[in-house]
Design a protein around this ligand. Structure first.
Ligand SMILES: Cc1cc2nc3c(=O)[nH]c(=O)nc-3n(C[C@H](O)[C@H](O)[C@H](O)COP(=O)(O)OP(=O)(O)OC[C@H]3O[C@@H](n4cnc5c(N)ncnc54)[C@H](O)[C@@H]3O)c2cc1C
Length: 465
């Protein structure tokens, strides 16, 4: 069967948060036509397969696409997020992206959407369920949002062997087990493992029935400093705290110690030095809950689970048939060699700021539409790898400072960012006269240059950074 041909200005591969945020900005700031292709059956990317108890780790207020709000902008009054702005769960996020696709994209008449379709490269894609195939005549560019695509436990097998008869489930499936286990072993050190431990404790599973296998200890960002709307001044104070600490720190270790002392960074076990930094955000209430789990195994990664023991890099621990093992050990966000984001025929979506993905990927869409030359666009957005270890925070933060400075030369982009709903500091102008904002603003001005200088110096003098 021969390919059907299609014409479009942009071919966007991936209808996850990145593709959706990018496409939305491009629709707003240009009159381009877009074709969006995704192998999943609905927009939302990994959220389509997310575990049922997942929620955003950042407020809904600055997640999604620029042109449509997510959530009601209300404060939670129950649970571990009490006192902070709401965090959408997977159902809400899926419904949101479906709505964006239907009401905003398709009804514009400028977007064609092909779910259940595999992009093969070379401007071709095929249906996953029929013989249909398409060759796309792309007038402008292919937008590849899959270069740094991550993996989640629901769709990737555990990175360890599991012997026959062992009860081992991916994170979400723990909600579906029918035979009550005596013990739970949570395997992983990231956000999925953390959510799973918190969820089990919220179901009144005794902490003594949970074993947590953590290959690494992580730094977490305190959610207190990631708040929008009425609580935005506290987030702004968080920026001042970071810059002051960066300007005054005498070493990388000293920087993290200062930020922990200010409550900006959190760790679950104060006795263990964290080496992991994925930028995930948690509340102090969650930290308190997690500290109830005392059976923490730190023997490296799991290699194999046998019926009677778990084999790790650096030792073995017993297990049994009455234990359910929960796989929370996916790789997460992909780190690949960086490549230019803007090229003549292609845009390779990659992070270029520290922080939340929707804001920066929407900014790429706006930049594509608002600036002329690829050279200028690349100068504004030199890509960085996703953060994984504590020191990646320095490099990513430095990139953010550089981008803020570079944006000044492009008023259209600077104005785009100023009030954009995805910009965590977008609404700070509304609080400009609050005393805490005045104080934070002064500290930011005082310390920004020294912070940048110090970060650059730490990066230069620390081998391996
Ligand atoms: C549990 C969890 C919670 C998170 N919470 C937050 C948060 O609160 N805030 C935040 O900023 N980030 C968060 N993240 C990070 C998250 O990665 C981003 O929010 C975002 O959802 C990533 O979107 P994406 O489009 O880059 O990737 P994905 O969601 O992975 O989307 C990529 C899409 O590309 C499609 N695709 C890939 N290859 C092909 C192909 N060849 N043909 C067709 N389609 C293809 C895939 O099917 C997929 O739908 C979280 C991540 C996880 C795992």
């Amino acid at each position: 069967m021969s390919d059907e041909t299609l014409e479009t200005d942009y071919l966007v591969v991936g209808a996850g948060a990145a593709g959706m945020a990018f496409a939305d900005a491009l629709l707003t700031h240009s009159d381009a036509t877009l074709t969006i292709v995704d192998r999943r059956h609905a927009p939302g990317g990994h959220w389509i397969d997310a575990y049922p108890y997942v929620r955003l780790h950042q407020p809904s207020a600055f997640y999604g696409v620029s042109s449509m709000p997510l959530g009601q902008g209300v404060l939670d009054s129950t649970g571990t997020n009490t006192g902070y702005y709401e965090l959408a769960g997977a159902d809400e996020i899926r419904a949101y992206f479906a709505d964006v696709m239907r009401r905003r994209f398709l009804s514009s008449g400028r977007v064609r959407y092909f779910p259940c379709s595999e992009y093969l490269g070379d401007d071709r894609f095929v249906s996953r369920y029929t013989q249909a195939s398409w060759k796309v005549s792309v007038r402008r560019k292919v937008v590849d949002t899959t270069y740094v695509e991550g993996t989640v436990p629901a769709t990737s097998p555990p990175p360890f062997e599991v012997a026959d008869g062992v009860r081992c489930v991916p994170a979400g499936d723990v909600t579906r087990i029918t035979e009550r286990p005596e013990r739970f072993v949570v395997i992983g050190a990231g956000k999925t493992a953390l959510d799973t431990c918190v969820w089990l404790l919220e179901q009144n599973v005794p902490a003594s029935s949970i074993r947590w296998i953590k290959p690494r200890e992580a730094w977490w960002v305190n959610r207190r400093f990631q708040q929008p709307l009425a609580l935005l001044p506290e987030s702004y104070r968080g920026m001042a705290i970071q810059l002051e600490a960066m300007a005054q720190a005498t070493s990388i270790e000293d920087l993290f110690a200062r930020l922990e002392a200010e409550g900006f960074f959190l760790r679950v076990d104060p006795a263990v030095a964290p080496s992991m930094f994925r930028g995930a955000v948690i509340s102090e209430t969650e930290v308190d809950l997690l500290r109830q789990i005392e059976d923490v195994v730190r023997l490296g990664h799991v290699v194999r689970i046998e019926r009677d023991e778990i084999v790790l890099d650096e030792g073995r621990v017993p297990t049994n048939d009455a234990t359910v093992h929960i796989h929370c050990a996916s790789r997460g966000l992909m780190r690949r060699p960086v490549r230019p984001i803007f090229e003549a025929r292609q845009i390779t979506v990659q992070p270029f700021l520290w922080g939340f993905v929707c804001y920066q990927f929407a900014m790429l869409g706006a930049i594509e539409a608002l600036l002329e030359s690829d050279e200028e666009k690349n100068r504004l957005c030199p890509p960085i790898a996703y953060w994984d270890v504590d020191r990646d925070y320095l490099r990513a933060f430095l990139a953010t400072l550089a981008n803020e400075r570079a944006r000044m030369a492009y008023p259209t982009v600077a104005n785009w960012a100023k009030e954009n709903r995805l910009n965590p500091f977008g609404g700070i102008g509304h609080h400009r006269d609050a005393p805490e904002v005045i104080d934070a603003r002064e500290r930011i001005k005082r310390y920004a240059a020294a912070a940048a200088g110090n970060l650059a110096q730490f990066i230069k003098t620390n081998a391996g950074l």
